[in-house]
Design a protein around this ligand. Structure first.
Ligand code: C5P
Length: 402
């Protein structure tokens, strides 16, 4: 329930504004107090009368109320709110928010709001895919705005693509989840997480690496930050970046560099999640010059064992710290994972099966089994990595509750 929560519902001039009525009803039914702020263009799509009747409050649109001359204080509304939701958020409002163009009451309120801000973009597919929109959304994300992604489907233009506003129920549930998570036992705790592959240099242009994309680790880092954790993400070379502004990324390349960064951060961490696909071996000698192709000779690269970061931290772990590892197995999956959990002194191991379609390296989904030292386990089923991240953090949360 959203009982007693103060929500600003911002409505802008898009066809999807008709769905804002249902969203308003859902918020009110959940017990929230809602103040609607609508842009002048928004009023072309939906009348303030409907909105004020449902919210039980006058709708705010202008800086001054025309007949009384009363000033509507964007500062007061901004401070009153526990959350601000802009649904639909048009390309124009998104652009104004990204650049601080405060030429209407809604964007002015956004600039004054101290509370978390959510936006549910809605626009035609070409506008959505335009580099300008992508750039503006990236900027808003970096500013800490939470984006409730639009869906694919038929649009008002009858074209089919990404740009349909998320359904009111989904927007409502996102807020509900957000408020519930603010009570998370993880809030204020420190997380150290590794992600991505490691690159072990052979010479200045070649390395030994693997196909890890870093997506799973970055999804966990983002979800942990959303739950209020202080996140240090030690990342190998990847193409992804965190969505949450608060994630502190330390970029490393080799397993040794990753170990050094982890050993520095671990003593003050409450939770450490070893999600990186660390190379097991590194070349014994790194050539300072590019190794030349000789005509007849095939070079032999001697390898040495890399340090096991998870096991090293497992050995240094003090009571109260939680250490979580991953296992990517092809056979005897469960028994191998349990053996690793014990050998590395872990508190939880997340088993990815290489045999499950849609799970593992590179893809956006995963299917994991979370195993605890007492042998109990839960399986996620094949889900987007973001949702798997939430399930993994739920399990860590339970360890604090129990
Ligand atoms: O032994 P294996 O590589 O299968 O173990 C996987 C787990 O150990 C993962 O959590 C991985 O991040 C971690 N690991 C590590 N350092 C290594 C190898 C694996 O931290 N050198």
């Amino acid at each position: 329930m959203l009982k007693g929560k103060h929500i600003i519902l911002g409505i802008t001039g898009g066809i999807a504004a008709y769905k804002s009525v249902s969203l308003l009803r859902l918020f009110v039914k959940s017990g929230a107090e809602v103040q609607v702020v609508i842009t002048p263009a928004g009023k072309e799509f939906i009348t303030p009368v409907t909105l004020s009747a449902l919210s039980g409050k006058p709708v705010i649109s202008e800086f001054f109320t025309a007949n009384t001359g009363q000033w509507n204080s964007h500062v007061d509304i901004g401070l009153w709110a526990d959350a601000m939701v802009i649904a639909p958020a048009t390309a124009s409002t998104i652009a104004k928010m990204a650049h601080g163009v405060a030429d209407n009451m809604l964007v002015t309120t956004y600039l004054s709001a101290k509370a978390p801000v959510f936006i549910a973009p809605a626009m035609d597919l070409d506008m959505m895919a335009h580099p300008t929109t992508t750039r503006n959304l990236r900027q808003l994300r970096a500013d800490g705005v939470r984006i409730i992604e639009p869906e694919e489907g038929e649009l008002a233009s009858h074209l089919v693509g990404k740009g349909r506003m998320a359904e009111p129920q989904e927007i409502h549930d996102t807020l509900l989840e957000f408020f519930n998570r603010r009570k998370s036992p993880l809030k204020g705790r420190k997380l150290l997480i590794t992600a991505g592959p490691t690159y072990e240099k052979i010479d200045p242009v070649r390395f030994i690496g693997n196909y890890s994309s870093g997506k799973m680790g970055y999804a966990i880092a983002d979800e942990a930050a959303r739950r209020g954790m202080e996140v240090t993400l030690v990342s190998g070379p990847v193409a992804v970046s965190p969505e949450e502004a608060g994630v502190n990324v330390i970029k490393v390349e080799s397993a040794r560099e990753m170990l050094a960064a982890c050993e520095k951060a671990f003593p003050t961490s409450d939770v450490a999640i070893m999600c990186a696909a660390v190379a097991d071996y590194a070349p014994a000698h790194r050539s300072d010059r590019k190794i030349k192709r000789e005509h007849d000779e095939v070079p032999v690269i001697e390898l040495v064992k890399n340090p096991d970061i998870a096991a090293t931290l497992g050995g240094a772990k003090h009571p109260g710290q939680r250490l979580v590892g991953f296992a990517l197995e092809t056979d005897n999956e469960r028994s191998n994972a349990i053996e690793k959990l014990k050998r590395k002194n872990l508190d939880m191991i997340v088993l990815n099966s290489m045999n499950t379609p849609g799970a593992g390296f590179g893809v956006d989904t995963n299917d994991v089994t979370i195993i605890l030292p007492d042998g109990t386990s839960t399986t996620s089923g094949c889900l987007p990595k973001k949702e798997v991240a939430a399930i993994i953090l739920d399990s860590i949360e339970s360890s604090y509750a129990g």
